[in-house]
Write a protein that binds this ligand. Structure first.
Ligand code: ASP
Ligand code: MG
Length: 470
């Protein structure tokens, strides 16, 4: 089989873990061609983001500290993970070279006194650029031929939307296969940085937080892989967040469409677009736990087996969200009102997670991330208040609860069951949305009611029992 295996940041954050990853790859080598995709060492991407912030504020001293710490982390991992003296030396030299480039970039940003989206992406790329060669050398250390490449070198071409760049798939497919096929033919395991690509001018771009999953599926679609394995530190997608529901279960099989909903609603955090490249090509994805390799994990496929087609498969919640309600008599029967509202918000890069409008058309409710709330209300106030809309009301502490399952389609009484179950616990439902695909039913409650609502639904649909067999 041809496999793409992605390893998350918690799988490569110590010498032992890197060795474990190398062994894991080795153990699956027989009869398989493998491409690896590696995330930044846990904490690195966040560290890079916060150093960018410090630099912006003119805090030059923190740079030295950060560079030292990064050098330390990566040389420690490299030295501990690789036994062969020559290879160890080579790895440390590569790490040092990248670290000195990092130092230069930070120095440059200080001089300019600003961080542009372009330079931020360049900076953000260092996490993966540092972790990836270490894994490749660790493979060589145990006798496996391996090459390491950045996403850019591997041929991932994106648009220039720094921070959330989108791959241009047609060109990407050609380039990636052209680049990786010869390596696979020569029995090498290419190890590619997750999260990064390059625009048409060769500037480094990043494809959004959690983007290494996305890199893995982009590569899989490009080289016609048979499966993508996402190795992380959870057993798989679950019926609910185990921190909220004690007896939450790992789901054996879910469909692409269901996984899409679950990703958006944060079951295991997966890049929301990570499934796009493999949906057309129907390449199954396995989610597996690096630290529990006996567990078979969750498989995401086009057509899950009959017995796993439950009415409801999971209940998830997104906390830290805010509800904005805009209203005004002027909105009634005025075509283009919704467009104006959404357009204004989109131009200011506010992402709307959920929408509902009453048929009277006198109000529209939207859910946004709490971190976007301020920007959203300011934007609406500045450009539309007093014109299209009369009033803006905000509830800044809500949670979105979603029940997901393709078996809900066409089944009567699901909504009654959902709302009946939460009503029993006195939970007030503030807003409701269901797409006509009937794949999920989402509603908003006060954040303080969140756990109660999730537990009530998990019980109501008997998910603790059902999932185990599914
Ligand atoms: N390192 C990136 C992040 O933390 C990408 C990833 O881990 O998938 O978002
Ligand atoms: Mg990650």
């Amino acid at each position: 089989m041809r496999l793409v295996m992605k390893f998350g940041g918690t799988a490569v954050d110590s010498p032992d873990k890197v060795r474990h990853v190398a062994q894991l790859v080795k153990s699956h080598r027989k009869g398989n061609e493998i491409v690896c995709v590696i995330s930044a060492v846990r904490g690195m991407t966040d560290g890079l983001l916060s150093i960018a912030d410090s630099v912006k504020r003119g805090d030059k001293r923190s740079i030295d500290e950060f560079v030292k710490k990064s050098a330390n982390i990566h040389t420690t991992i490299a030295e501990g993970a690789i036994s062969d003296k020559k290879l160890k030396g080579e790895t440390v030299a590569v790490v040092k070279k990248i670290i000195s480039e990092l130092e230069d970039v930070l120095g440059g940003i200080v001089l300019l006194g600003e961080v542009t989206p372009k330079s931020l992406d360049y900076l953000m790329s260092f996490g993966e650029r540092l972790s990836t060669p270490i894994v490749s050398f660790a493979l060589q250390d145990i006798g496996i031929k391996s090459d390491h490449l950045t996403g850019k070198e591997a041929g991932i071409l994106t648009d220039g939307n720094f921070g959330e760049a989108r791959p241009l798939m047609d060109t990407t497919k050609l380039r990636v296969s052209h680049r990786l096929e010869p390596m696979l033919k020569q029995d090498s395991v290419p190890v590619v940085t997750g999260f990064i690509g390059a625009d048409q001018y060769g500037n480094i771009t990043t494809i959004g937080r959690g983007g290494s999953d996305y890199t893995a599926t982009i590569i899989a679609a490009s080289i016609g892989a048979e499966e993508v394995w996402l190795w992380s530190d959870v057993d798989g997608l679950m019926t609910a967040d185990p921190k909220i529901v004690n007896d939450a279960q790992v789901l054996r099989e879910v469909s692409f469409a269901e996984a899409m909903e679950m990703a958006l609603f944060g079951a295991k955090y997966m890049h929301p677009r990570a499934l796009e490249p493999v949906i057309d090509t129907k390449i199954p994805i396995r989610i597996r736990n690096t630290f529990n390799i006996r567990h078979t994990g969750t498989v995401i496929t086009q057509n899950p087996s009959k017995e796993s087609q439950k009415i409801v498969k999971s209940v998830s919640a997104i906390r830290h969200t805010a509800l904005i309600d805009v209203s005004g008599g002027g909105m009634v029967g005025a075509p283009g009102t919704a467009a104006k509202i959404f357009d204004t918000l989109a131009k200011n890069r506010v992402n709307i997670m959920m929408i509902s409008q009453s048929p009277s058309e006198s109000s529209i409710s939207m859910v946004v991330r709490k971190s976007d709330l301020d920007k959203a209300t300011t934007t609406l106030e500045l450009s539309l208040l007093g014109k299209v809309i009369k009033q803006i009301n905000v509830n800044d502490d809500v949670a979105v609860i979603a029940v997901v399952g393709s078996g809900m389609r066409g089944i009567k009484g699901v909504a009654a069951k959902v709302f009946g179950a939460v009503a029993k616990f006195g939970v007030n439902v503030i807003m409701i949305a269901q797409g006509s695909s009937e794949l999920n039913l989402a509603f908003v409650v006060n954040d303080s009611d969140c756990d109660q609502a999730v537990r009530a639904l998990h019980d109501e649909f008997d998910l603790a029992r059902a999932a185990g067999k599914g």
